[in-house]
Design a protein. Structure first.
Length: 216
């Protein structure tokens, strides 16, 4: 089953409560929340107080993507603020396995994110013991840009790695996903699909329903 995770980075920040309600009404169970520190990535977004405030407005699954250096510093506070899934970047951690273990110890799902330039074969069995989600960036994090055409191949390679290891993990695709490429992303093996502009430009509810149909 494919999950559509609308990215709040593209939401109307003056209407977040209303848009969270629309997302749930359209049948999406996840909402994707980017936290950026202006250091690991050049942009700033979100924060613990902000996350805590929107948690009060929704019971959706909060899929929190930490684009920050050494994210282990913030895990406990993010959990308390309402994160249901915490994803950290392989490239941003000195000890990725320790950070993933810390997330698991908080009683929530853990995710490891890989930038487009990072080889997927770093995903060994030891690392995947602690990761519930493999999060593949399809654009440069914090910069955006168009969907990278090598992304579907990377998704397929992760799917094959997991099959060889006899492991079941979520594969999440994030960045530049729209109605033109969502079918190939889903067919390649991603079961959690993050989309921003394609959903929030125009009728949000209709766009979510349409994307759900495209991936069924």
């Amino acid at each position: 089953m494919h999950m559509i995770a609308p990215s709040l980075l593209e939401a109307d920040q003056t209407r977040l409560g209303e848009q969270l309600e629309i997302i749930g009404h359209a049948g999406a169970k996840y909402v994707h929340i980017d936290i950026m520190d202006g250091c690991y990535v050049p942009n700033l977004s979100g924060g613990i107080a902000w996350l805590n405030s929107i948690r009060k407005a929704s019971d959706l699954i909060f899929d929190v993507h930490l684009m920050v250096r050494e994210p282990g510093r913030f895990l406990s506070d993010m959990r308390k603020a309402g994160a249901d899934v915490l994803t950290v970047h392989y490239e941003a951690c000195q000890d990725i396995k320790r950070v993933l273990r810390q997330i698991k110890d908080l009683g929530i799902k853990s995710g490891v994110a890989l930038n487009p330039e990072t080889r997927v074969d770093i995903l060994d069995e030891e690392l995947l013991k602690y990761a519930d989600v493999v999060h593949l960036m399809c654009t440069r994090p914090g910069v955006g840009g168009g969907f990278r055409q090598d992304s579907t191949g990377r998704i397929r390679r992760v799917k094959a790695l997991l099959k060889d290891m006899q492991l079941e993990r979520d594969i999440e695709a994030d960045g530049g996903i729209n109605f033109e490429n969502v079918r190939e992303v889903a067919a390649a093996g991603a079961n959690i699909i993050v989309s921003g502009k394609a959903l929030f430009q125009g009728d949000l509810e209709k766009n979510i329903r349409r994307m759900r149909m495209e991936t069924d």
